[in-house]
Design a protein around this ligand. Structure first.
Ligand code: ZN
Length: 177
């Protein structure tokens, strides 16, 4: 999957902040969550970070973006996150895209595209929906390769674990236990 570390990129660049989001995704992976991470950045730098917590918190809304937006609201003591950029390792879903619009985030930068549920152009584009009164700038494909590799590695490992579990179940059934 290669090395993704902030020191490799010019300070303050999109790659630099995406590498912070990538590290949030690694935290999710260590906690056996789907590895997606996000950071919110303002004029003075990093405001907040978040990663997926859906499985451990039994929370369908526990996506990285939602966690990051909640944390940032607490930090700024404001639910409007104006003049900020949200870096996400994966294209946001419809729920998160809507939350981004409600929070008045200025710019969204994401890594890998989500061809199944992406709401920033892959399946639909809520950021360009004519009925939305807040327009969000979108930049895609930043560190897309390592961000996507983290996810595909996670899912291939999970498939292997499920197969191994099924094999064990079959073995215990055939041995009459
Ligand atoms: Zn989402």
């Amino acid at each position: 999957m290669g090395i993704v570390h902030p020191v490799l990129y010019p300070h303050g660049s999109d790659d630099y902040w995406m590498s912070h989001a990538y590290h949030q995704a690694l935290l999710a992976r260590f906690r056996a969550e789907i590895p997606v991470g996000a950071v919110l950045v303002g004029e003075k730098g990093l405001i907040a970070g978040g990663h997926n917590i859906s499985i451990s918190c039994h929370d369908a809304t526990g996506h990285a973006e939602i966690c990051c937006i909640r944390h940032a609201g607490e930090v700024l003591e404001n639910y409007r996150l104006i003049n900020t950029t949200l870096y996400i390792t994966l294209e946001p879903c419809a729920m998160c895209a809507t939350a981004i619009i409600h929070a008045r985030i200025k710019r969204v930068v994401f890594g890998a595209s989500d061809l199944k549920t992406g709401a920033a152009g892959s399946v639909m584009n809520l950021f360009r929906h004519p009925s939305m009164n807040h327009q969000v700038e979108v930049c895609s494909g930043v560190l897309a390769e390592p961000c996507g590799a983290l996810l595909s590695h996670f899912f291939s490992q999970r498939r292997k674990q499920i197969k191994a579990k099924k094999r064990l179940q079959r073995q215990s059934l055939s041995s009459g236990r």
